[in-house]
Design a protein. Structure first.
Length: 246
């Protein structure tokens, strides 16, 4: 199975101007980690229709991409995500979704403002995500693009359900880490040898007694991760540089 690239799309001017604190990034990262997966990217953007469309299109253009989108699916004038998702991924129109309409009518019964029914206007062939809090439906497209409310208490159970239902295959990542008493420039030649199947990071820090660098090598292929980690160990040993494995 090809590697799935997960993206978080967090829509809300109120987060960028710091009237609210983002609670989605950490949650999604931890929820994915439960299955041995990780985020490929995360975006926090304004409630700007053109920007929302462009961002959705960009993420959708990435190989095997999955979007967890938060915010903008309500009925206020600054809720653009439903329309933007249709422009980016469908025919650009919103269609009255029968199931969503019935859910909303049941939820409000006789006291149903007209503007609330707009929340049942969804992109073509949208499917419903159940809202565990107030029953107001979220939606998804192609089992890849999931559009949820900005409220964590509503959207986070949806993410857990999506992962458990569609992406529960456990992935194991083998990671090896060392800290060396040197600058990261001492190891650039080895870094350039890392194959694309290996993820590595180099985190330099400056201390009162000099530079240190933390090298981390990981892969789902354990032998490949070990082989490339040993390249760093050999280079440090050959240069007489002290290091410790953590």
């Amino acid at each position: 199975m090809p590697k799935v690239n997960f993206f978080a799309l967090i829509i809300g001017t109120e987060i960028l101007n710091q009237r609210r604190t983002d609670k989605h990034f950490d949650f999604v990262a931890q929820a994915l980690a439960h299955y041995g997966k990780k985020l490929t990217g995360s975006f926090i953007i304004e409630d700007d229709p053109a920007l929302i469309v462009q961002t959705i299109r960009f993420i959708a253009s990435q190989p095997n991409s999955v979007i967890f989108s938060f915010g903008g699916i309500g009925s206020t004038p600054d809720d653009h995500t439903r329309k933007c998702a249709s422009i980016a991924l469908r025919d650009g129109n919103l269609h009255q979704h029968q199931e969503a309409t019935e859910i909303i009518k049941t939820r409000f019964k006789e006291d149903l403002p007209d503007y609330v029914l707009e929340m049942a206007q969804l992109p073509k062939n949208a499917k419903i995500l159940e809202n565990p809090v107030n029953k107001m439906p979220a939606f998804y497209l192609d089992e890849r693009y999931f559009f949820m409310p900005g409220f964590p208490e509503m959207s986070h159970p949806m993410v857990e359900h999506i992962l458990a239902t569609l992406f529960a295959t456990q992935e194991t990542t083998h990671r090896y880490t060392l800290t060396a008493l040197c600058k990261e420039s001492e190891l650039i030649a080895i870094m350039k040898q890392m194959p694309k199947e290996v993820e590595f990071s180099s985190l330099p820090t400056m201390h009162s007694d000099g530079w240190r660098v933390c090298i981390s090598v990981s892969s789902q292929n354990q032998k490949l991760a070990q082989k490339n980690f040993k390249l760093f160990e050999k280079e440090l040993t050959d240069k007489g540089i002290y290091y410790s494995i953590s």
